[in-house]
Design a binder for this molecule. Structure first.
Ligand code: HEC
Ligand code: HEC
Length: 348
């Protein structure tokens, strides 16, 4: 049962995140350093048809920032006992998701949600399944401070990293300042904004008119049809409109979804619609990882889901034949982007 106290804690945490991240930006504005000169050993390639990425003013892309962010992403010393890195739960070969329903953090502590893919997070308008965190920079504080994830403290994490001369040098090269919590939040976000995926076989087919077979094309047409409504919610270049919806996963939700943020009963059991890019690699599925396979997901939508009072009217029995369900599955598997998964620039 969610208490008012829990909600209050959540709001205080969000507030704190805002203050710490924003205030640190404030102190550096006195003597704003010239941004470091980028070198062109790596530049993120924006996939064809994807919009430009909005970089915050104080965190434009540079190779130095990217390299530092990547190193920090795979750095276990960002957790209290130096055992868990961001990459523990967001693995490059699994589209920066993980293959467990819930990934244990330090001391094997179990959180409550399934780790999502981080591809294309540069475009998300807000983060987490209730949408309570407005920027990637602020999102960094959540896993570092979360008891069931890295259980550390962002300021102390900065102090620990600053003791390493190599990190100190990288920080000066990237942000023209000593390593601290400001640099950690910026560099991790700089790296994450480069995680782009838009080169699946489906994309290649859309560009060239070849690549998908007839079953995959039939699945694509089903996906974009009013028979299934899939693309009403999983729409646009990233296969999500980022809206908060209830897809009838179950009758009883242990996780109250967006209600934890707003306390508004119309937000009960509403979750941010996820992207379906690379969905083949991000099993298990849904906020709680309760579906093991894409077959189960398709079966769920075909049955029309639960009778939860918040369920979207778009989710209803579909009456797809076995063949049609297989075609839908075949299409979803063509959203896998081998170029992104095997991109060496993203690996430690
Ligand atoms: C113990 C596992 C774990 C660790 C460690 C972890 N994450 Fe996550 N991450 C998750 C889970 C679970 C969620 C989903 C939370 C939610 O939806 O409320 C998530 C969500 C996110 C999101 C939001 C994605 C979205 O779609 O809104 C970002 C960005 C992210 N993590 C980045 C990071 C970074 C950066 C680090 C390291 C500083 C990190 N994570 C460490 C498990 C982890
Ligand atoms: C009313 C909006 C809506 C419609 C229509 C819809 N979805 Fe979803 N979908 C969601 C939401 C919201 C979630 C996340 C639910 C959660 O986290 O518990 C989701 C989750 C998923 C997931 C799991 C993704 C992951 O990484 O966990 C898949 C796969 C999926 N949907 C495929 C489909 C397909 C295929 C269709 C059409 C048959 C469809 N969806 C129709 C809103 C929708």
């Amino acid at each position: 049962m969610l208490t008012a106290h829990r909600r209050w804690q959540f709001k205080v945490l969000s507030l704190l995140l805002g203050v710490i991240v924003l205030s640190s930006a404030g102190c550096s504005s006195d003597d704003t350093p010239d941004p470091p000169v980028p070198n062109d050993s790596f530049t993120p390639q924006i996939p064809e048809g994807f919009p430009q990425i909005d970089y915050p003013e104080d965190n434009a892309f540079t190779t130095e920032r990217f390299e530092l962010g990547k190193r920090l992403f795979f750095e276990p010393a960002l957790s209290i006992d130096s055992t868990i890195s961001c990459g523990t739960c967001h693995e490059p070969q699994l589209a920066f998701a993980d293959d467990l329903p819930v990934t244990p953090g330090v001391d094997g502590r179990i959180g409550r949600r399934n780790a999502p893919s981080l591809f294309n997070v540069a475009y998300h308008p807000y983060f987490m399944r209730e949408g309570g965190v407005p920027t990637l920079e602020q999102q960094v504080l959540v896993p570092i401070q979360e008891h069931s994830e890295m259980a550390f403290n962002i300021v102390q994490a900065g102090e620990r990293m600053a003791m390493d001369p190599e990190y100190m040098q990288m920080s000066r090269d990237a942000y023209d300042r000593d390593m601290d919590y400001f640099v950690i939040t910026r560099a991790l976000s700089n790296f994450q904004r480069t995680l782009l995926s838009g080169n699946s076989l489906y994309d290649k087919h859309e560009r060239t008119g070849t690549g998908l077979n007839s079953d995959e094309l039939a699945g694509r047409d089903l996906f974009f049809s009013t028979r299934t409504n899939c693309s009403e919610c999983h729409s646009g270049f990233n296969f999500t409109n980022y809206e908060f919806k209830n897809n009838g996963l179950t009758d009883v939700y242990k996780d109250v979804g967006r209600f934890i943020l707003t306390g508004d009963s119309s937000d009960l059991a509403m979750f941010k619609t996820p992207s379906l890019r690379n969905v083949e690699l991000t099993a298990p599925y849904m906020h709680d990882g309760s579906f093991e396979s894409l077959e189960q997901v398709i079966n769920h939508y075909n049955s029309g889901g639960s009778s939860h009072h918040q369920k979207s009217p778009l989710v209803k029995p579909l009456g797809l034949s076995d063949r049609e369900q297989e075609q839908l599955l075949a299409f979803l598997k063509r959203l896998t982007d081998q170029d992104a998964i095997t991109n060496e620039n993203y690996k430690p």
